[in-house]
Design a protein around this ligand. Structure first.
Ligand code: DOR
Ligand code: ZN
Length: 349
């Protein structure tokens, strides 16, 4: 460590622009982790059944608030799950009433909880046109589902087949390309207009596909989009730490019970919420970009969504942070990202 390296880092309170909080008992087990780290979070709607209308989203928001421990200051920002049958008027009504701030496009069968997703973006054209006209962001899980396309190519092919045409045809639509995992995605976002941004997860900054497959299968390193080659990880690190306003923090924290991960057909998803800031900060430090962390974590997201930055600050302090092998989330054992490792920054408070 250089002798002039800071001992503490204080930034505006950050937000998580992509998280899965789940429901029921698990919700109560995971929401405190996100609320401890972040002031606000964009909450994914891929529950079972998915959150496809205003009433369902509003009720889910109430359950989140009820699960939040007393005294925690946390605001869930809700999203609507798009299907082939989504009604543009329902979308506009919920956005105007503040029920949700964005809508999520899951290509049908792309990932966990996407069975009711969109089979062809042509089917939601009227919805997307309405969203463009009212300034409502579209959040995109960017993978094709075509069985003929290799899983490691699904994001890049999605850009060519779906996202690039969409952005060309609806230049007024604000689009967040969620959890980008490839050099192609970084280049696409960089070369697009100011209406296109991306979130980046901690795991895609830390691991490449070897982490999942070398020396045995590591189910806790498996998420979707799947981690790619090293060249892609390096492109993501460059983008996240570049200072560009187009990239911001979105953990994609996606908890699954240990038994559902360590299985013959394990679920996709990495639970990174408990040490998310510590995990991201390790990357920014390794890249010599501590001065860029606040923009990525706390400023770029609000700017894109047209929301104020948070009042108040958080401070991280250098020091060893051991990550437990498992976390008990209200009765469900979950293996967190970095399980058994030691991180080098601690979130105070
Ligand atoms: O790995 C993932 N897990 N990717 C997703 O897109 C969904 C998520 C989940 O809900 O478990
Ligand atoms: Zn997700």
């Amino acid at each position: 460590m250089a002798s002039d390296s800071p001992i503490t880092l204080t930034i505006r309170r950050p937000d998580d622009w992509h998280v899965h909080l789940r429901d029921g008992a698990l919700l109560a087990g995971v929401v405190p982790h996100t609320a401890r780290q972040f002031a606000r979070a964009i909450v994914m709607p891929n529950l079972s059944p998915p959150m496809t209308d205003c009433a369902g989203v509003a009720a889910y928001r109430e359950r989140i608030m009820a699960a939040l421990p007393e005294g925690m200051d946390f605001t869930p920002l809700m999203t609507l799950y798009l299907t082939d049958a989504t009604d543009p008027d329902e979308v506009a009504r919920g956005f105007a009433d503040g029920v949700f701030v964005a809508a999520k496009l899951y290509p049908a069968h792309a990932t966990t909880g996407s069975a009711h997703g969109v089979t062809d973006v042509a089917n939601i054209r009227a919805v997307l046109e309405r969203m463009a006209s009212i300034g409502m962001p579209l959040l995109v899980h960017g993978e094709v589902t075509d069985a003929h396309v290799d899983i490691f190519d699904r994001e890049a092919v999605f850009i060519d087949r779906t996202l690039a045409p969409l952005v060309r045809e609806l230049p007024e639509l604000n689009v967040v390309f969620e959890h980008v995992t490839t050099q192609e995605a970084v280049q696409f976002v960089e070369s697009a207009g100011a209406n296109v941004a991306a979130t980046i997860t901690p795991q895609h900054l830390h691991i490449n596909r070897n982490a999942m497959l070398v020396g045995g299968i590591r189910p806790h390193m498996y998420c979707l989009p799947v981690a790619k080659r090293e060249v892609h990880r390096l492109a993501l690190r460059q983008a996240a730490t570049s200072g560009s306003g187009k990239f911001f923090l979105g953990t994609d924290s996606a908890p699954h019970a240990v038994g559902l991960k360590e299985a013959a057909c394990g679920c996709a998803g990495i639970f990174n919420a408990p040490f998310a800031l510590e995990s991201y900060l390790a990357v920014f430090e390794e890249e010599g970009a501590l001065d860029k962390f606040e923009a990525f974590a706390s400023l770029n997201g609000p700017a894109f969504y047209g929301l104020p930055v948070n009042a108040g600050t958080v401070t991280l302090e250098r020091g060893p942070v051991p990550v437990p092998e498992q976390i008990d989330a209200n009765g469900t054992a979950i293996v967190p990202f970095h399980a058994g490792e030691e991180l080098g920054w601690r979130l105070l408070g």
